[in-house]
Design a protein around this ligand. Structure first.
Ligand code: ZN
Ligand code: ZN
Length: 358
């Protein structure tokens, strides 16, 4: 698995004429090498693959990163990197511009002599946009567990229950059934708070007539899930029903028409135009979605301004929402695999308008 990734990385390095690349982002390190420790860096050249880490992780690194030469960094990782480059006669080093801190950059540059440091967008981030079948299966398993958590939480939702307790119950279910962690701080936003696109669970109690936005997910076998459903406590108003159906129609249009070959901006417009037909586009203040994988927010960013092409194997969220300040909000979010002729939906939870706690 990792051998394949290294080969693809090396061909990308060769196209971009990069002699040596240093990876410092632990998520990219795990993706490329299999090493799951939190301290270390990778140095990859056309021929060599080094994993630099400290005493605490040496054994783990040797077991996990079998394609890499593991090097004990001793007192200074940057000096070990410098020594390796000098030995290989390499004088141009690329680093992850989107991860290495300014402080680390300066310390690395000070340790190197005669080597130019070139900060570039991480090549691993670029590779991670397309998910292998193995990765898609892991994302599907995480989505399935999240669907089960939604079924579990529905009978729990009723007037008088605190938002934070809903979040705790969801987390407890997900972790009891195998999740290593939650994939982000859950959004459980009820009533007027549901109009906050990122209203994390608070002390508010659910009350009759509230819209409740539940946006949650987990990390299972290293891959994230992310889903949103909106339900109503006890009953719903005519306006809530209209907005709910407009958001659902917008999401369904996007799900039906997204396919490889359209741009992220075109995908976003599918839902935005559908909401405009109900004069609700002005209340959809964020992008349609984002890539999902080892991290809950990854490339590509699916927004109005996105000119990146969607490609088969990308896994993205489709999450239109409408937020009416001082009233309520509605969002629905599914995770899909982009395919040549359409999408494959990994989120199975029902989307008909649901009343809970009645
Ligand atoms: Zn979400
Ligand atoms: Zn999301």
């Amino acid at each position: 698995m990792t051998i394949g990734r290294l080969a693809v990385l090396r061909s990308l390095m060769s196209i971009k004429k990069l002699e040596a690349t240093l990876f410092s982002n632990p998520v990219n390190i795990a993706y490329l090498s299999g090493f799951t420790g939190t301290a270390g860096c990778l140095l990859i050249t056309a021929e060599k693959s080094y994993l630099f880490t400290d005493f605490r992780y040496l054994l783990q690194a040797q077991n996990e990163a079998t394609e890499f030469t593991v090097v004990d960094v001793g007192q200074s990782a940057w000096h070990k990197v410098a020594d390796s480059l000098a030995l290989l006669g390499i004088n141009l080093l690329s680093v992850e511009a989107d991860h290495l801190t300014v402080d680390s950059y300066h310390r690395l540059a000070a340790a190197l002599s005669g080597v130019t440091v070139n900060a570039v967008p991480s090549l691993a981030t670029e590779l991670r946009r397309i998910k292998s079948f193995e990765e898609q299966a892991a994302l599907e398993a995480a989505a399935l567990l999240t669907d089960r958590a939604f079924v579990h939480i529905l009978p729990y939702l009723r007037a008088g229950v605190r938002e934070k307790d809903v979040a705790l119950e969801l987390e407890f279910f997900l972790r009891r059934h195998g999740a290593a962690a939650v994939s982000f701080q859950f959004i459980i936003a009820s009533g007027h708070r549901s109009a906050l696109p990122h209203g994390v669970a608070g002390d508010k109690l659910l009350s009759h007539g509230d819209a409740v936005v539940l946006d949650f997910g987990c990390i299972l076998n290293g891959y994230c899930s992310d889903m949103t459903r909106t339900v109503f406590v006890g009953s719903f108003s005519k306006r809530q029903q209209q907005v709910y159906h407009a958001v659902l129609a917008a999401q369904e249009r996007a799900l039906a028409q997204i396919r490889a070959g359209i741009t992220c901006g075109e995908a976003d417009a599918l839902a935005r135009d559908a909401l405009a037909e109900h004069s609700l586009a002005a209340y959809f203040g964020h992008g349609l979605g984002h890539g999902l994988g080892r991290e809950v927010h990854e490339a590509p960013k699916v927004s109005a301004a996105g000119n990146e092409l969607l490609t088969a194997g990308m896994v993205i969220t489709v999450e239109p929402g409408v937020y009416l300040d001082g009233e309520f909000g509605v969002r629905l979010e599914d995770v899909v695999v982009v395919e040549e002729k359409g999408t494959r939906n990994l989120t199975q939870s029902a989307k008909d308008l649901q009343v809970v706690g009645a």
